[in-house]
Design a binder for this molecule. Structure first.
Ligand code: GLN
Length: 188
């Protein structure tokens, strides 16, 4: 199995390190050809506006939409969650999102960089909380009926799945805990 990490902007290097530690073959994806070769994809945190523009500039937006429509397993964290959402509030006008998970997200809904915080996240079925790191994170303002909410923080979904797409508003690659990556690469 080859796991791609969208490497246009943001925290792609840290995801790569976690996957390498798990012994998973991880490759950086910057071109349509590279995207075509991967079996799974991580879309990292960073700046969703910049990543959206770079997807267009690199002719990746339509191939990504096609692969997502075909059920490519994908993990989107923070900005990655914004890109995979079905609606973005406070994006740039016309900011593209790919609708892999039917959530409406508000960019920077948890506040500015200086309001970053850590919070233990109780994930359904897990024995201990996951250490959530929130940095200018999106707030999920609503989730459609098809969305499985795997964890909430103060009643707000922060880890969701729909089909083969998983999104977190926090940064699992910054936690000293590889359970989310492990689970993502192991899920059917
Ligand atoms: N606020 C950023 C955005 O809109 C996301 C922040 C992050 O990924 N840490 O893309």
């Amino acid at each position: 199995m080859k796991v791609g990490i969208l490497a246009l902007q943001g925290a792609f290097g840290l995801h790569e390190q976690v996957l390498n530690r798990l012994g998973v073959a991880a490759v950086q994806v910057r071109t349509p050809e590279e995207l075509a070769e991967v079996d799974r994809l991580v879309i990292p945190g960073g700046e969703s506006t910049a990543i959206a523009k770079l997807l267009d500039a690199n002719r990746l937006a339509d191939p990504l939409a096609d692969r997502l429509a075909d059920g490519l397993p994908v993990l989107g964290t923070c900005a990655g969650m914004i890109l995979l959402a079905s609606e973005v509030v406070d994006g740039y006008p016309g900011q593209r999102c790919f609708g892999a998970v039917d959530v409406a997200v508000r960019r920077n809904g948890y506040g500015r960089q200086s309001e970053s915080f850590h919070a233990p996240i109780d994930v359904e079925g897990w024995e201990s909380p996951f250490p959530g790191v929130f940095i200018r994170a999106p707030v999920a303002e609503s989730a459609g009926a098809g969305v499985e909410v795997l964890a909430e923080l103060d009643g707000v979904p922060v880890l969701c799945r729909q089909g083969s797409a998983v999104v977190s508003s926090f940064h699992p690659e910054l936690a000293d805990d590889d359970r989310i990556h492990r689970w993502f690469v192991e899920q059917e």
